[in-house]
Design a protein around this ligand. Structure first.
Ligand code: MRU
Length: 358
């Protein structure tokens, strides 16, 4: 399976070359494939905030490269570089609030910095740490793909209709994807008849990004309006809803793209199984439950303009970018450390004590 996935890899969104971070601009996909070069930490923070790069793992990886560039720059500036670097940490920490991977990656970079010894090549070590974060995310995705496929095989068998939300593929991660990695692997195993993709308003991660990734991989894909999901569960024989996560709390609650919660409610009503696929870097054991997660609100202009024209005066909008799916609506969480069926606080704590499976 690992070799098959590697051979099928087509899309790449993050490229680190000669100390420069190149990001495939996700705002203009699938119409244009434009790469944005980030040469310093401010470029990276701006790219994250503007969603040039998006998806919790991809954001964390990009921030790690941004921090590596900041170290290089601060070292060149002079003696007080460690103090000055705090501003760069701050800039990156504040670039987007909800995904746990950003904080996880920056904390890992900080830990590496604390282990620097006299005479070490600091810039090279920090760049290598960012590369290691990137590589370990790809590896985690490969492991999760295999675990997810086994679950599908065990609980449903071949010729299935799957439904997914937002974009969790190569574009959103270090490679292959989380939920989309499982879907990709299930397709390679001959278990997928069709993948239904919520268009994922208002940013359209589903119709613009996921549909493109699946079509590039030759996987049968049908885009649907978000509001059609319950109807499709009732009429199209959907067997699994498979989604990613931006942050999972200690009790197994899952923050993910707005609309995920209503999918879980509908899945339970229709007897459709609900799988969350996310590496342990998305798990935040410091937060007790989803109530504690800061959910990003994005500009209401995403809702109050149609074809660039403003809707009538006096109309207000609310635009939460994420919601929380309670643990008791989730059949299984798949991570690179193993799976958790019917997650709760005890099972999540046990999972986090395990080693990675690769
Ligand atoms: O606002 P986005 O596009 O960054 O939101 C992305 C999601 O919600 C994804 O489902 C999540 O980050 C998991 S990606 C592997």
């Amino acid at each position: 399976m690992r070799d098959q996935l590697l051979a099928a890899e087509k899309v790449k969104a993050i490229d680190w070359r000669d100390g420069v971070l190149y990001l495939l601009d996700q705002r203009v996909l699938p119409f244009e494939q434009t790469w944005q070069a980030c040469t310093n930490v401010a470029d990276v923070a701006r790219a994250i905030g503007a969603m040039v790069v998006r998806g919790a793992p991809a954001i964390g990886i990009s921030a790690a490269y941004g921090l590596a560039m900041a170290v290089r720059q601060r070292l060149a500036e002079g003696d007080d570089w460690e103090m000055a670097l705090e501003e760069d940490f701050e800039l990156l920490f504040n670039s987007r609030p909800t995904g746990a991977n950003l904080f996880w990656a920056l904390n890992r970079m900080r830990e590496r910095l604390l282990r620097i010894k006299a005479g070490d090549d600091v810039a090279a070590i920090m760049a290598a740490e960012a590369v290691a974060i990137h590589d370990s995310d790809r590896e985690a995705n490969l492991t999760m793909a295999q675990l997810g496929v086994e679950l599908i095989r065990k609980h449903q068998g071949n010729e299935q209709a799957l439904l997914t939300h937002c974009n969790t593929g190569a574009l959103a991660t270090g490679g292959f994807g989380t939920a989309l990695g499982v879907i990709r692997a299930a397709y390679l195993e001959g278990m997928v008849e069709r993948v239904y993709v919520d268009e994922t308003r208002p940013w359209l991660q589903g119709s613009r990004l996921t549909a493109w990734e699946l079509a590039e991989a030759g996987i049968p894909v049908t885009v649907n309006a978000d509001a059609a999901a319950a109807h499709l569960m009732k009429t199209k024989g959907i067997t699994w809803v498979i989604v990613g996560a931006d942050r999972i709390t200690a009790n197994g609650d899952v923050a993910n793209k707005i609309g995920t919660y209503q999918l879980a409610v509908n899945a339970m009503h229709h007897g459709v199984r609900f799988m969350v696929v996310a590496s342990s870097s998305s798990i935040d054991m410091n937060l007790e439950s989803g109530e504690d997660i800061q959910l990003e609100e994005r500009s209401v202009s995403e809702l109050l303009e149609v074809d660039g024209k403003p809707l009538g005066a006096g109309v207000e909008a609310v635009n939460p970018a994420f919601d929380v799916t309670p643990a008791d609506l989730i059949d299984v969480i798949v991570t690179e450390k193993g799976i958790v069926e019917r997650p709760d606080t005890v099972k999540m704590a046990q999972l986090m004590c395990r080693k990675r499976l690769h």
